[in-house]
Design a protein around this ligand. Structure first.
Ligand code: ADP
Ligand code: ZN
Length: 250
């Protein structure tokens, strides 16, 4: 009798520990890919690539705010001051913009989150909203401070398609013009050195603690993001292939 109970318990233990170790996703739930990392760690660049490969929408809360500011919507008016200072937009405004976006039909199979969650309240809200309803893949893009500052100060962005260039390491073929769509390139106003400093400070204070939050749940996947975009992209793709093979188009 005792040995029978023991073997049942052992069996259960093996099943649960296997599931945890593999951390595989379930094909009948949407897959939410989260990119954590400092400003300039490559979340935007990598999201665009993953979005192309996987056919999932790229949702950047920063881009959503910038769009709203450009269109001078109510939400844009409320968010503007925070972006200019490099401060975080209050959670309530972020929830409005994010939950509205992920309720759209193109998010049914999943989506890539870039810049959300950024505070522990945001991480909890996401978990409460999606608990048991979605697979999570959480990548943590790791880059040194020196590299971050170098990247942000040389960053150029296409006004039309959002592609990201680097003055020294990844310049456009023609200065000021996007290789892909011919759009005009600009420097984000919050990439000015004073604002970059504040964004990094806020990152260390509010966002970096999320690494522990996800690590404790065994969900965090560290990615070395110091290297070239292609190399980083290959490691991300390999992980997605392993954890969510259903997302990779044959
Ligand atoms: P980066 O990651 O390079 O700093 P983003 O485009 O993600 O840039 O964000 C730019 C700005 O938009 C942030 O500095 C902040 O003001 C605001 N923002 C974006 N996402 C969030 C969020 N989840 N919570 C609060 N503020 C946000
Ligand atoms: Zn472009």
């Amino acid at each position: 009798m005792l040995t029978k109970i023991f073997s049942i318990l052992l069996g259960l233990f093996m099943i649960t520990s296997q599931a945890k170790a593999e951390n595989k996703t379930s094909p009948d739930k949407p897959t939410v890919i989260i990119l954590l990392g400092a400003p300039g760690s490559g979340k935007g660049t990598q999201s665009l690539e993953l979005s192309k490969i996987l056919g999932l929408p790229h949702i950047s809360t920063g881009d959503l705010f910038r769009e709203n500011i450009k269109l001078d919507t109510d939400l844009g008016k409320q968010a503007k001051g925070y972006l200019e200072k490099g401060a975080l937009v209050p959670d309530e405004l972020v929830f409005d913009i994010l939950f509205d976006r992920i309720s759209k039909s193109d998010c049914a199979k999943g989506y890539i989150l870039d810049g959300f969650p950024r505070t522990s309240a945001q991480a909890h809200e996401l978990e409460d909203t999606l608990r048991n309803k979605a697979n999570f893949i959480i990548f943590n893009l790791k880059v040194s401070d020196a590299e971050i500052i170098r990247r942000l100060s040389g960053r150029l962005i296409c006004k039309k398609c959002g592609r990201i260039y680097q003055k020294d390491t990844n310049p456009p073929k023609v200065a000021g013009v996007c290789d892909f769509c011919g759009g005009e390139l600009y420097q984000r106003s919050d990439d000015k050195p004073e604002v970059v400093k504040e964004r990094l400070r806020v990152y260390y204070e509010q966002t970096k603690p999320l690494e522990d939050f996800y690590k404790q749940q065994g969900m965090l996947i560290d990615i070395d993001a110091e290297g070239a975009p292609d190399t980083v992209e290959k490691s991300l793709e390999a992980k997605v292939k392993d954890l969510a093979p259903q997302l990779i188009k044959k």
